[in-house]
Ligand binder design. Sequence first.
Ligand code: GTP
Length: 345
Amino acid sequence: MDGGRDLLAGRIPVTLLTGFLGAGKTTLLAKLVRHPDMKRVAVVINEVGEIGIDHDIVATASENISLLANGCICCSVRTDLQDTLRELFGQRRAGAIADFDRVVIETTGLADPAPVVQTLSSDTMLATHYRLDGVVTLVDAVNGATQLAQQPEAVKQIALADRVFITKSDIASAAQVEALRSAVESLNPGARVSLLVNGEIAPGELTNLGLASTRAGAQTLSFLGEPLQGEGGQGERSLRRTPPHDPAIRTLSLRFERPFTWNAFSAAMELLTTLRGPDLLRVKGIVNVEGKPVVVQGVQHVFHEPVELDRWPSADTDTRLVFITRRIEERTIRNLFDAVAAAAS
Ligand SMILES: Nc1nc2c(ncn2[C@@H]2O[C@H](COP(=O)(O)OP(=O)(O)OP(=O)(O)O)[C@@H](O)[C@H]2O)c(=O)[nH]1
């Protein structure tokens, strides 16, 4: 991405891409992997089934390593991040996958990035081959203020960042953007803050974040009350544990065989966002709208423009929806969608 391996240090630079649920991480990566400068980059995605990128996979090198049309390596974390990074390095050395000069890791929206930062430096094997270049955090101009007020992980993602991008300024008011910018600057005065609309940036914007990352990272970890971990094993444990988050937050996956009409589906979504918007942290999925695949995305009360795909990503044509909610019962959502699906048939 920046045209050369980290020859000086001899280690592969790693960019950590964070941002709360729905901030626009996948949108940014889906654009970046199509960029010619991304050929020598391995993208590690912490979540399986990212529709935007799944669509571009042209070959599979191993169970979790895939190749995209432009040669970029795309890797999903199925067990844990450390194993994935080790496997990636091993496969590169064995010549099983193309050489790469850089790694970009997308963390899940609910993750606290601190354990990943710590592990990259404290796991002896990883620290020999990789180094953290920097942490890039995306924050949504419409929902960011609420997320920062309610979710400690969102605060940590900002606090650890070397660069912060405020996304979705195209659908937010100037006042929302400015309020968020001041909130971000007060949480992390050292970070550069810019706007990012629909993931449109050059790959170079995510690299060479430089020494600042180590310094700011260390300062911030201590500011957040995170002990800086010692060598070896402790770092491993910290990465393997499930990041602690609000126990009221749940992930709920629904599947429907029968197709929806767009009117029925959107009526159900509208009802749900009106009634429970603030507790609907994230909705995403693929909906069978009278046979056609439509990708839907929502973040709290905001429902994004649905995108019709030209083909189904796999043979599975069921509607699949993932909801990340706070204090919403599974049956509330299921009943609502079942009722709508039944009424429309
Ligand atoms: N209007 C607008 N929509 C955006 C922008 N960036 C992302 N989106 C939309 O926001 C929704 C969520 O974006 P994603 O890229 O999936 O967000 P994410 O951070 O990967 O989400 P998680 O996987 O839940 O953590 C999608 O519908 C995007 O099209 C932007 O700058 N402007």
